[in-house]
Design a protein around this ligand. Structure first.
Ligand code: 3MF
Ligand code: MG
Ligand code: MG
Ligand code: MG
Length: 386
């Protein structure tokens, strides 16, 4: 009946179900809910865990003793309700200090403060048991490039990540780090705007094996890209460390819609890819209820994200068992054992034989691969009539 259990590994950020509906043009539309209450409600709905930025839980101006009592109360709620904290991250975007970047600020004092804030937040995450640490560089970008810092920024960003990886190791935290790319919003142009861009950057770090990506459905979609393609590249590289699930209309402001709400077909292919890939990490929803909603709408939103995921998971199983679909898939792929011998491994003999071979180019071009039929079968399966 599509009721989630902790085995499904669904997680939500405190900032997602805790979103109060504030937007750039309007005040909050619903009251803030306390973290222990969010933990209780998420557990009741069948979620596995909850993720947080440091300041989702501990206000930036809290004293050390205030911090300790807030954290103690939160840990009590986690243990009372059986929720885990698989991922933690730093808020390096809200405070005006970070208005022109955190790790990529042109002001060395801001960069140092960002490092300090992140180490403290990593301490908090480790105390809560988090295994994955996310970096979303929301303010790491520009509106104007007159500052001439583009190459410096990449170096500063790299130095900071190298420093923090060493810090994690020196503390024995064992974090795996996940970079979360986004093309724009809140900056006009954010550095490392796409999954491919982040993967390229990771290869330049001192300890690339400790770094992967946290792709988000909405972020790649905002860039006009196909999320499943980005996730596939991350999986292929062994770099899918975490994932942010939501939805988004292309070409709009950052909407963080309920998973599957806008592009159910894209969401289906994503679930199919994820479930067949061996990805064993959290299925994290980084989204929030519409600004129109009250508290009941928040829980309808959270339940809907998980339910839609589970429905698509079932559809993916149905897809794998549908004989007509499987026959269309088998017809789509053409294998040739003799050619596989020639193209599998390079040898001068294989190269010569391949160069000498005659191909019926016209026949290759004339073949209809059956994708219209396969796609229609997929649609009918998704529409519930298969
Ligand atoms: C913004 C985001 C972020 C990140 C978060 C860390 C506030 O569009 O997606 O949410 O996900 O900072 O994971
Ligand atoms: Mg986002
Ligand atoms: Mg967002
Ligand atoms: Mg996100």
């Amino acid at each position: 009946d599509y009721t989630p259990t902790p085995a499904d590994k669904f997680t939500f950020g405190l900032w997602t179900v805790g979103n109060t509906g504030r937007d750039p043009f309007g005040e909050p539309t619903r009251p803030a809910m306390k973290a222990p209450y969010l933990v209780q409600k998420l557990a009741e709905l069948g979620a596995w865990g909850v993720n947080l930025h440091d300041n989702d839980l501990v206000p930036i101006s809290a004293s050390a003793s205030e911090r300790d009592s807030i954290v103690a109360e939160f840990k009590q709620a986690l243990s009372d309700h059986g929720l885990v904290v698989p991922m933690a991250t730093t808020n390096l975007f809200n405070d005006p200090a970070f208005k022109d970047g955190a790790f990529t600020s042109a002001d060395a004092r801001v960069r140092a403060y960002a490092l300090q804030k992140t180490m403290r937040s990593m301490d908090l995450g480790a105390e809560l048991g988090a295994a994955t640490y996310v970096f979303w560089g929301g303010r790491e970008g520009t509106e104007v490039d007159a500052g001439g810092k583009l190459l410096d920024c990449l170096g500063w960003f790299r130095d900071s990540l190298n420093f923090l990886a060493e810090y994690s190791e020196s503390q024995g935290y064992g974090y795996r780090f996940a970079l979360e790319p986004k093309p724009n919003e809140p900056r006009a142009d954010i550095f490392l705007p796409t999954v491919g861009s982040a993967l390229g950057f990771i290869a330049t770090l001192d300890k690339p094996e400790q770094f992967g990506v946290n792709p988000e459905f909405a972020h790649e979609t905002m860039a006009g890209l196909n999320f499943s393609h980005a996730v596939a590249q991350a999986i292929d590289a062994g770099k899918l460390f975490h994932i942010d699930l939501n939805d988004q209309k292309m070409g709009r402001f950052d909407q963080d819609l309920r998973f599957g709400a806008e592009n159910p077909k894209g969401a289906f292919f994503l679930v199919q890819l994820l479930e067949s890939s061996g990805y064993a990490g959290p299925r994290h929803f980084d989204a929030h209820a519409l600004r129109t909603e009250d508290e009941a709408g928040v829980w309808a939103f959270a339940r809907g994200c998980m339910r839609t995921y589970l429905i698509f998971k079932e559809k993916a199983q149905q897809f794998a068992q549908d004989s007509e679909i499987q026959a269309a898939l088998a017809a789509y792929r053409v294998e040739d054992a003799e050619l596989a011998q020639l193209t599998g491994t390079f040898s001068p003999q294989n190269a010569e034989a391949l160069k000498a071979r005659t191909f019926d180019r016209a026949a290759l071009g004339a073949r209809g691969p059956g994708l219209e039929q396969l796609d229609q079968l997929t649609m009918e399966l998704l529409l519930g009539i298969r």
